[in-house]
Design a protein around this ligand. Structure first.
Ligand code: AMP
Length: 321
């Protein structure tokens, strides 16, 4: 697989690297690290990391704007995204070859790809990108290694989440051993937040409804978000902080994004499988970490009911909290 990926990268003069909409640090770090390592190795190639710019992730590097109609037979590489409908800023039909590097359950891009490097048991897309680079002659440097480190740390939630295993530590260990990564600097950039967000976290903890089936949920409406002085993506950033709470088997936050008129729903689980439930509500993701986007509040309520039911079934199958 890796050999085929490297061959395609070598063959093409123009390469576009894309990821999912509403990106997280793993998606952005993976695409930027891959772009930079290809440029570093092949200075004559034109390589673009595309997608909507997110101010918070500027420390990972700048993204590129590209007019696909002006490209000359480019290669498309997709990282951290399994499906066409969540691709940010690319039209997959415009490319003859597609490389997919991902750690999500397989969806339509898997069947469309020329070569895949997909491993659902990887902590992050960045871990997979790092493995490809470290087993090749692609020219890594400390800056690129630092970005991959951030992607792995962020998506594994500091090595707390499932899919963190010896392979994750082996990859991180190689990055740290071979390149000078300033970990404190990276943690500072990734985790420094305003006190308003900490207060918002306290608000969520105080107002979370917890059912008898150990499902915790909250709807964060426009007014609450405004009053707390945070933005609509703040709750998403703290969903993992509610892990390892005794009373919670599954927990979910629905934040109203007034700009896009949509509820962004984050779902996390310590047992019950949630991505199948999310996929009934315009969502998806991993078995224990999923998300959904809904326009109607009544659908958020229904999704919460189904998640509660999923907890109930899980407990009935003798899995006690
Ligand atoms: P989040 O809660 O936004 O961090 O997302 C958790 C996981 O679910 C990630 O792997 C996302 O890519 C995935 N995900 C989030 N929203 C959606 C959606 N609307 N459709 C499919 N997958 C999603």
């Amino acid at each position: 697989m890796i050999r085929k990926i490297l061959k395609l990268i070598k063959k093409y003069d123009e390469i576009v690297i894309a990821r999912h909409i509403g990106p997280d640090p793993d998606a952005v770090a993976s695409q930027i690290a891959l772009r930079d390592v290809i440029k570093n190795t092949y200075p004559d190639k034109k390589v673009y990391a595309v997608g909507v710019h997110v101010a918070k992730f500027k420390f990972l590097g700048q993204l590129d704007k590209v007019d696909e109609s002006k490209l000359n037979n480019p290669l498309l590489i997709v990282v951290d995204n399994p499906n066409t409908y969540r691709l940010d800023s690319v039209d997959v039909s415009k490319y003859n070859d597609l490389i997919l590097i991902d750690h999500h359950p397989k969806e339509d891009l898997f069947d469309m790809a020329t070569v895949t490097y997909v491993d659902e048991s990887s902590s992050s897309a960045a871990q997979l990108v790092a493995d490809i680079i470290l087993s090749s002659k692609l020219k890594m440097n400390a800056d690129i290694a630092s970005k991959l480190f951030v992607g792995i740390v962020a998506d594994s939630d500091r090595f707390l989440l499932g899919y963190t295993n010896y392979r994750t530590f082996r990859t991180v260990s190689r990055l740290l051993k071979d390149f000078k990564i300033d970990m404190s600097k990276m943690y500072e950039k990734l985790y420094t937040r305003p006190i308003a967000e900490v207060k918002f976290q306290a608000y969520i903890a105080t107002n979370l409804t917890i059912t008898e089936n150990n499902f915790g949920y909250i709807i964060l409406d426009e007014q609450t978000i405004k009053e707390m002085g945070v933005d609509s993506s703040a709750a998403s950033n703290m969903i993992n902080d509610f892990n390892y709470i005794k009373e919670l088997l599954v927990w979910s936050f629905a934040s109203y994004d007034a700009k896009n008129k949509i509820y962004k729903v984050n779902i996390r689980s310590r047992g019950p499988i949630v991505n199948e439930v999310a996929s009934d509500y315009n969502g998806g993701g991993h078995k224990l970490a999923s998300g959904a986007r809904l326009t109607e509040k009544k659908d958020v309520d229904k999704l919460f009911e189904d998640l509660d039911l999923q907890c109930k079934k899980y407990k009935e199958n003798n899995h006690e909290n």
